[in-house]
Design a protein around this ligand. Sequence first.
Ligand code: BTN
Length: 257
Amino acid sequence: MFNLEIFDIKLETEFIGRNFIYTDEIESTNTELLSNKQQYKKSGTVILAEKQSSGKGRKGRTWQSARGLNLTFSILLGKDKVEELNINHINLAASLAVSTAIENLYQLKTELKWPNDVLVNKRKVAGILAETSIKGNVVERVVLGIGINLNQYTFQGEFNIPPTSLKVETGLEIDRENIMAEILNIFEEMIFELAVHPKNILNDWRSKCQMIGDKITVTEDEKIQSGIFHDIDENGYLILKRDNKIEKIHFGDVSIN
Ligand code: BTN
């Protein structure tokens, strides 16, 4: 069971995780935070579930995670942050925070895959699903759902990127409270940094994305495009270069050719 006391001792944030909801089983922590209940109004609210009955992945996929072994949680950022920041930046910062926490605690080398997968040894250790709640055409809130494989040892199902866990990669039993607090501490610092120097976060993200410069294919529903992963732009969009033309990609799955 997740030890809230140990987690709380390690948490050094001002607002992220200060309203913390722990639950045994839920449909999806993202769906729950998007539900707009009164107890989920505060920016920085975090909900952690030991098990999700319908965990969601990007592009309508599912996210499977064994009960009690990993981390499946969501962070709410309210109007105060959404008005101030670029949502794509927040999305990239979330993957950067997860990868930085893993490197700080476990001396593993991580890699970021656009838009927000975290890989270790070319295998996926964490995924992020950012969802928004919109009123009229104004984004009111953003929910960042983070799934990290920590102590799960075997994985069943079909995956577009082979999965791994920190236990598989290190041989160690992973302390869930410690890494959870580390991620939230780092993510909050990044949120503050984004408000003043977003370029720094984008540069840190770039430095961990080994695919930049590679020949890639981007699949977005029916649309498949190949070219060179030239860079990400100031909004975090992928810049694809083909035949000396530049194409900006907002969504999609990237694979190396
Ligand atoms: C992906 O890589 O496809 C994104 C996976 C995101 C999974 C997390 S687990 C916590 C949160 N709740 C969900 O239903 N999904 C996200």
